[in-house]
Design a protein around this ligand. Structure first.
Ligand SMILES: CC(C)(COP(=O)(O)OP(=O)(O)OC[C@H]1O[C@@H](n2cnc3c(N)ncnc32)[C@H](O)[C@@H]1OP(=O)(O)O)[C@@H](O)C(=O)NCCC(=O)NCCS
Length: 162
């Protein structure tokens, strides 16, 4: 049985191996692939983010954060980041988390959601975000240093929540 709910900092022990495995491949996130546990904790459980996790039979198999994309006059736009345990990818967990995040963002009063750095070669993410209503609104040329492919474009994706 899967369930998505808020995660606590105490659950970092369970979330960290997922974060580490996702980031280590250097092909989806702009965190250093060899980031340490403490630095990663600060990045995920930071004061402006709400952390959620998806649980499969009680065990954490994925996580996402929801936060304002910008402070002040840009804070009506939400931003979110998603990570699914590599062993569990492709089973609908990312779709479930993103759908959940859109509902949470609406509930929190955000007017839109924006992703700032979707790696153009990340076809699973790009395809999923498009299916869930996001459009590419900008291309950042060679903005991502892909561990295997070198410099590749990154995409800004957006959708209104009304
Ligand atoms: C991206 C990510 C969150 C998606 O979660 P997931 O649980 O693997 O994905 P899901 O199983 O929910 O959905 C995958 C969808 O993408 C589709 N998909 C999978 N691989 C694809 C590909 N190569 N090209 C296009 N679509 C693809 C699937 O068909 C599925 O669509 P459906 O729901 O209509 O059947 C997850 O793979 C992940 O954590 N990746 C590493 C980190 C990452 O890239 N995060 C996002 C950064 S923008």
């Amino acid at each position: 049985m899967t369930e998505i709910r808020r995660a606590t900092p105490e659950e970092w022990e369970e979330i960290w191996p997922i974060f580490q495995a996702v980031v280590a491949s250097g092909d989806t996130y702009a965190y250093p692939p060899d980031i340490g546990k403490e630095e990663a904790f600060t990045a995920w459980f930071n004061p402006i983010s709400t952390v959620f996790a998806v649980y499969l039979d009680g065990a954490i198999v994925g996580t996402y954060i929801l936060r304002p994309n910008m402070p002040g006059q840009g804070s009506h736009v939400a931003n979110a980041s998603f990570m699914v345990n590599p062993d569990q990818q492709g089973r609908g967990l990312g779709r479930a988390m993103c759908t959940h995040s859109l509902a949470e963002a609406k509930k929190a009063g955000y007017k839109a959601m924006q992703f700032n750095l979707v790696v153009s070669t990340n076809k699973a993410a790009l395809g999923l975000w498009e299916k869930l209503g996001f459009s590419v609104v900008g291309v950042l040329p060679k903005a991502f240093k892909h561990q295997r492919l070198g410099l590749v474009d990154a995409l800004i994706m957006h959708q209104f929540l009304d």
